[in-house]
Design a protein around this ligand. Structure first.
Ligand SMILES: [Zn+2]
Length: 213
């Protein structure tokens, strides 16, 4: 794990400059505000970035969308997944965790945990009732008693960027990183607002999961 302030700043650069601008456009079409990027481990240069495209297909979560883009890259010069890092704006859900695993990535970093069990459901715009919940999937399908998963396992290690920032020694570098995380939280609140407004305006209602009331 790399948790130096230099590394964390570079990962935040990727979210700020590569993922968020793409997401800011796609939310206008009613797509959700989650995004992902793939960067090379050695120099953190961008391989590709993409955003949730649920209006195209419900399963195109931010990470899956990014994996699709990665898969479509020309073979020549395309780095191996094992030589790359998966970056997510929000904690990957069960679908994305499986997709990332199948794709061969062994390191992932995500910025916010807030998407995981609170917002990671599909809304019905009439009443905003949660109809899909990742924690419930992990319990029901994967038998996880807590609804959690193992951030360290034989396939990959996953790190929560905001937690890594909080674990840094006190000082100016930590304060600067905390400010960047706070600013991104505000930015993503704004991106989410665009998503909600555009989805409502377009009358987008994601399908309810069978068995839900
Ligand atoms: Zn997902």
């Amino acid at each position: 794990m790399n948790s130096s302030s230099e590394f964390l700043n570079q990962i935040l650069d990727v979210i700020e400059n590569k993922i968020a601008p793409i997401t800011s456009e796609y939310v206008k079409e009613g797509n959700m505000y989650f995004g992902g990027a793939i960067v090379k481990k050695d120099d953190l240069s961008l391989v590709c970035a993409d955003s949730n495209k649920m209006t195209e297909w419900l399963l195109l979560h931010g990470e899956v969308s990014c994996l699709r883009t990665y898969n479509a890259l020309p073979a020549e010069g395309k780095p191996e997944a094992a030589d790359c890092i998966m970056v997510s704006t929000h904690e990957p859900c069960a679908l994305c965790l499986a997709a990332i695993t199948w794709s061969g990535f062994n390191k992932m970093y995500f910025l916010f945990r807030s998407g995981f069990n609170k917002m990671y459901f599909l809304f019905s715009y009439e009443d905003y009732k949660p109809v899909f919940d990742c924690t419930k999937i992990l319990k029901e399908v994967f038998g996880s008693e807590t609804g959690g998963y193992r951030r360290e396992n034989s396939y990959w290690s996953s790190y929560h960027i905001a937690e890594l920032v909080e674990a840094l020694p006190e000082g100016e570098e930590k304060k600067a990183l905390q400010s960047r995380v706070s600013a991104l939280r505000v930015r993503y609140d704004g991106i989410n607002k665009v998503f909600e407004d555009s989805a409502k305006a377009k009358g987008i209602t994601f399908p309810r999961t069978a068995g839900e009331d």
